[in-house]
Design a binder for this molecule. Sequence first.
Ligand SMILES: [Zn+2]
Ligand SMILES: [Zn+2]
Ligand SMILES: [Zn+2]
Ligand SMILES: [Zn+2]
Length: 383
Amino acid sequence: MARLLLTLVSGFILVSFAPPLSPQEGCRRCDKRGVVPCSKHTEEIIAAEGRVHFCSVVAGCKECGGALVVDCKRCDGGPDNAAMEARRAAVAEWMKQNEIEAHFGRPVARCETDHCELVIDLKGSFKVGRTKVDAHELMHLVADDTSHVSQRVVEHYAVEEDDIFAKMRMWIWETAADHMSAVETFMHTSARGDFKMLGKDPVFSVWREPGLFSSPGAIRTVFTHNVGHMLISNLYRERDVGPIGGGWYDAGAGHWYEYDRFDSSVQYCIEEATALSSFADGVWRAAIRKLVARSDEPLLPPLLDVPTTAMNVQQQAICWSFYDWIVANHQDKMRPVLRDLKQKKPTRDVMKEHFGLGVLQAEEAWKAWVLETYPTREKKKRR
Ligand SMILES: [Zn+2]
Ligand SMILES: [Zn+2]
Ligand SMILES: [Zn+2]
Ligand SMILES: [Zn+2]
């Protein structure tokens, strides 16, 4: 024992007084990195983690502490060891901002992206196409969906750093009780149904309600649809244009980003219980074309003062198509249009100023574009 101690001590002294070592170079096993991938995660998850800033599930990994790599056992380090340590420290620091887990007293799966803080607090496995995914993998699908929408919004509105004021907080809970508890604790209000707050510090919360948000498809589409509304409400000025004269624009936006991601739109923000119906089974181009072709009456003008949540499913689909026309023909005007609507500028003035068209002229231009570009027939989407 004494001898061992002596060896250790002299070893220590030797190292301490040795001249600085040349940079460690790793070995062949670790590709000269000094670290190897943590064996606890699939390749898919490691790739998905690269598309989010932080994820609490991998942060909880006992092997890598969320760094996704561990020390190479075959050598004494390499150029990537410092980055691994720094990442572990950053993850540990992020995990401290954790009022949600503190409130529930258990781990809650959450992740953070450029524009969102997601909670996907679900159990079990989910069928996506022909494969099964677990709740963690589903969280990353949702993260990718919401990032896709964020990217489109950034493009459409030429978003700059300080145009968006907050991170979109979006939660889904396994039980209604946890949903209500979260809304009560963090939003200081009660919610028997879904909770959505737009404008300043947007928040969205639902639970795995049977028939509504229980399938992975429903969970993904409702997050994708709503992150569009939330981002738009938080851009430039923290104000939701849906109830203040911009319903036609806001409704169109929610559906457009969902449609862009899934080639269909099945989520509606409608107050009434009749919301369970849908327009053309979510596949809209041919259906809108037909509607436009046979309509003698103006379709848009009656909608211009209707709040988003008071529209029926067909009216929302019309708004989607008008937004589709704006994206295709006036993308450079989306920024000033939204700004003006937030200032409650009347729609007819907004159209005149930015599209150079009166309301009826805009209707004509939109209809002509629909007849020219939408197909006459479309396949139903398989779900
Ligand atoms: Zn090595
Ligand atoms: Zn993750
Ligand atoms: Zn790990
Ligand atoms: Zn909506």
